[in-house]
Design a protein around this ligand. Structure first.
Ligand code: EPU
Length: 419
């Protein structure tokens, strides 16, 4: 198991190339199951979650080839069963359910369990499949969906914590091959949903409204192969902006979409940083002193839950009182106790982290608990005095392509140690 060691206090300078989005690539790869033809997906990040998805596609019968960021999938024949051994490693495996149901009219996928960021039900996905005419049965740890035929329907995906991103993806992928018109109300508006809809449309689907809360899908008889480039990873981009902010210096990120980053760049401007650029290139540097902030995670276009932990790390040394409220995953605060071990003064009050800015953090051995919590600990380590040792870094490798190498190129004193 690798660990990452950081000696903090070194400003970062330079330019970093942002990878393709993990959360776009995963459902897009799953969507290749909807056609017998080859599909070519570009800018696929080299991440363990992507490897798991390619393993699942191969298990389901697809031919998968991969060469430097380009993945070709040809799913001439597919099996409709994805067992526990193959899907247990990644919760996003659930997004093969929609395309398998759409194509085969049946699918059995092992149910994802909860995870450290909280209970992660799929009731909204299943509600959508039922509305399309599928019978749903949960048995022996698996969910089986079966439909003699799928028909269009009007479906609301509103749940207790708002809408669902992968649920919107799943219902959209099942509905593209249903008879008639499907209307998804309260759909997720995330850029990754739009990217998937764009790919499906290239395959011959007829989807309008993606990016708004109402998506309309006119069912078609079949889909064909297509080529697509995955959008830039807005969460990786945001993590590098905060790295530049927290470590000092001047960091430029390139190949990004400004519109996807607006909530984060607004927050960083409010914290007192300069953030600006043009043509997909964005630079951050200090612009006066760090200011405290009160923010709340929201579905897109609000502040993303996937940047919440990193923002807590930044605000740990902002003078005065800050607060960060988590409205998507109220228990997603595993990073707080580790940040406190580094000297942060943070108290949890329900789903709100109340942060009293301290003068500095100190390096410590800490434990990564999930992907974004781990990123927050790396960021804190860049600022902390002395040595920070981050254990269980496989969490980071699930979602950041060469994070330590990229930070090292910017001047961070960071190394990966094989244990
Ligand atoms: N929810 C339900 N019922 C459902 C589905 C979701 O109650 O059927 C609840 C969840 O428990 C949560 C909220 O709705 O409280 C939102 O969950 P959502 O379904 O939107 O999450 P997801 O689609 O499973 C994706 C990303 C997450 C990201 C969330 C929210 C992927 C592979 N994962 O998960 O990314 O946090 O949307 O934006 O796209 C990450 O990259 O680190 C990550 C966790």
């Amino acid at each position: 198991m690798d660990k990452i060691i950081i000696h903090g206090g070194h400003p970062l300078t330079g330019t970093v190339k942002i990878s393709g989005s993990k959360n776009s690539a995963l459902p897009i790869l799953a969507a290749t199951l909807l056609t017998k033809d080859p599909c070519v997906i570009q800018r696929v990040p080299d991440l363990s979650d992507v490897h798991y998805m390619l393993q699942i596609l191969a298990h389901l019968g697809a031919e998968v080839e991969r060469a430097s960021g380009v993945v070709t999938v040809k799913a001439e024949e597919v099996k409709s069963v994805a067992p526990y051994e193959i899907v247990r490693k990644m919760r996003a495996s659930i997004c093969v359910l929609g395309p398998l149901l759409g194509r085969e009219k049946e699918a059995t996928v092992s149910l994802p369990g909860g995870c450290v960021i909280g209970d992660r039900p799929i009731d909204l996905h299943l509600r959508g499949f039922e509305a399309l005419g599928a019978a749903v049965r949960v048995h022996g740890g698996n969910v089986k969906v079966l439909a003699p035929s799928l028909h269009g329907a009007t479906i609301s995906l509103k749940g207790k914590f708002g809408t669902t991103v992968l649920g919107t993806d799943n219902v959209m992928m099942a509905a593209v091959l249903a008879d008639g018109t499907t209307i998804i109300e309260d759909a997720a508006r995330e850029p990754e949903v739009v990217d998937l809809a764009n790919f499906l449309n290239k395959m011959g689907a007829q989807i309008t409204g993606a990016g708004s809360s109402q998506i309309v899908i006119e069912g078609v008889k079949e889909l064909h192969g297509a080529e697509h480039e995955v959008i830039p990873d807005r969460i990786e981009a945001g993590t590098f902006l905060i790295a530049g902010a927290i470590a000092g210096g001047k960091v430029t990120i390139n190949r990004v979409r400004f519109d996807h980053l607006a909530a984060l760049t607004d927050a960083l401007l409010a914290c007192g940083f300069y953030v600006g650029g043009a043509n997909g290139v964005l630079t951050i540097h200090a612009n006066g002193s760090l200011k405290s902030l009160h923010l709340k995670t929201q579905p897109y276009p609000g502040f993303p839950t996937d940047m919440q932990a990193q923002m807590c790390a930044l605000l740990a040394t902002a003078p005065g009182e800050s607060s960060v409220t988590e409205s998507i995953f109220p228990q997603r605060f595993m990073h707080i106790s580790e940040l406190k071990r580094m000297g942060a003064a943070i108290e949890l009050d329900g789903a709100t982290a109340k942060i009293r800015g301290v003068d500095s953090l100190s390096g410590a051995p800490v434990m990564a608990s999930d992907l974004r919590a781990s990123a927050a600990l790396v960021l804190a380590g860049l600022l902390a005095e002395g040595k920070t040792e981050i254990n269980r870094v496989y969490h980071i490798d699930r979602g950041y392509e060469m994070l330590d190498d990229k930070l090292g190129e910017l001047g961070a004193h960071i190394e990966r140690v094989k244990v």
